[in-house]
Ligand binder design. Structure first.
Ligand code: GN1
Ligand code: MG
Length: 371
């Protein structure tokens, strides 16, 4: 179904259990996939904020499974945090706001699926990391998130996007897109494709280790971008993990890898001057320390041994995905300018190279912290 009509947010707001009078709404967040709005409701004169989000059903083709995963995951975490007698649990885990008819989401007449959350006040998501303290907090929070979900009761969570971090499939999809050359862009990216081919061996490393029984399947977030953790204004603590659409079975290293990709990088993901892109070792060190502070109790030595490689792999994988989308004509990720996905690919490629150059130093950091 198409999504061409402007979203009538005031009307949508009335579908959810948000008592009060509608005040205003504004787009919010930096996501490349869903449409996110902040709404303000007046409750007896006090403005209260909520988040309303359209699930991109071209990408999440089973929004029902996404919502069932999120309902279980947020409910489990909230129960555990209450069990620890923590205060402000509604700020420490996302809280779904149900619809007036009791459902967890609203399907509109255009075939769009909408859900709502309480707004996490007194905190913000950062799109760039300027201090090791922030990197440490983010990694600590994602480690805690994995830990909290380690005892989620069966059944297994649904694979909302099958093969999401199956890097071999991502590589094959790129080669397929190059073969098809739907947007007529292949000739112009011949050098980029060669760069990817030269790194093909990397795509199987974690998959092979998993198949050999060395890396266990866990419940993972799978989209641990730095802007998916809310940092508390007062304490600087990573207080709440957001963007739960891809929480599903995965490898812990995928989560750590995407933290490396988005936190150690010296620039934005789409920086046009790629000479500025590098992997910042102090940030990597902070990530390793922060992650191990909450995840060491359950990680295996094989997982700890691949922390540095995971950063390279997920950066490479995300690069493959950006280049694939460029070749397909920019159908998947939202873009703001021509060549945007190609710019994103080039940044990932420079970051991979920077990680390759600093491999030994990164391994030494892991060895020190993991010992
Ligand atoms: C997408 O929408 P956002 O920014 O949270 C993507 C991630 C990529 C990321 C790259 C469902 O996440 O996998 O790593 O862009 N999400 C999906 O910036 O594909
Ligand atoms: Mg996301």
């Amino acid at each position: 179904m198409s999504d061409r009509r402007p979203h009538d947010i005031p009307r949508l707001t009335r579908q959810f259990l948000m008592p009060g009078d509608f005040l205003s709404h504004a787009p919010c967040g930096q996501g490349h996939i869903n449409d996110t709005y902040e709404v303000r409701i007046s409750q007896a004169g006090t403005p209260v904020r909520y988040i309303i989000q359209r699930i991109n059903h071209a990408i999440f083709t089973r929004p029902d499974l996404v919502m069932e995963n999120i309902r279980r995951v947020t409910g489990h975490i909230a129960d555990k945090l209450h069990g620890e007698n923590l205060t402000e649990v509604y700020r420490r885990v996302l809280t779904l706001v149900p619809c007036r008819d009791g459902r967890a989401w609203h399907a509109d007449a255009d075939g769009n699926h909408w859900r709502a959350y309480l707004y996490v006040e007194g905190a913000e998501a950062h799109s760039h990391v300027n201090s090791p303290a922030l990197a440490r907090e983010a990694a600590k929070s994602f480690g805690r998130f994995q830990h909290l979900l380690a005892d989620l009761p069966l059944p297994r969570l649904a694979d909302t996007i099958p093969h999401f971090h199956h890097t071999r499939s991502r590589y094959d999809a790129l080669m397929h897109a190059a073969e098809e050359d739907r947007a007529g862009r292949r000739a112009a990216v011949a050098a980029e494709l060669d760069w990817c081919r030269a790194r093909e061996a990397a795509v199987d490393v974690l998959l092979d280790a998993h198949a050999a029984g060395l890396l266990p399947e866990r419940i993972t977030h799978n989209d641990t971008k730095i802007n998916n953790v809310m940092i508390d204004h007062q304490t600087g603590e990573g207080i709440c993990i957001m963007d739960l659409d891809t929480v599903m079975p995965g490898l812990a290293l995928y989560d750590f890898g995407d933290l490396v990709r988005t936190t150690t990088i010296s620039t934005a993901e789409d920086e046009q001057d790629t000479s500025l892109v590098e992997m910042r070792l102090p940030m990597f060190q902070a990530l390793v320390e922060g992650y191990l502070s909450t995840a060491k109790s359950f990680l295996t030595p094989a997982e700890i041994g691949q922390l540095a490689f995971a950063g390279k792999l997920i950066t490479l994988e995300t690069g493959l995905r950006f280049l694939t989308d460029h070749l397909n004509g920019d159908l998947y990720f939202k873009t703001k300018r021509p060549g945007h996905n190609l710019d994103r690919f080039r940044v990932q490629a420079r970051l991979v190279e920077s990680i390759e150059k600093q491999h030994d130093a990164m391994q030494a950091v892991v060895a020190r912290a993991g010992a």
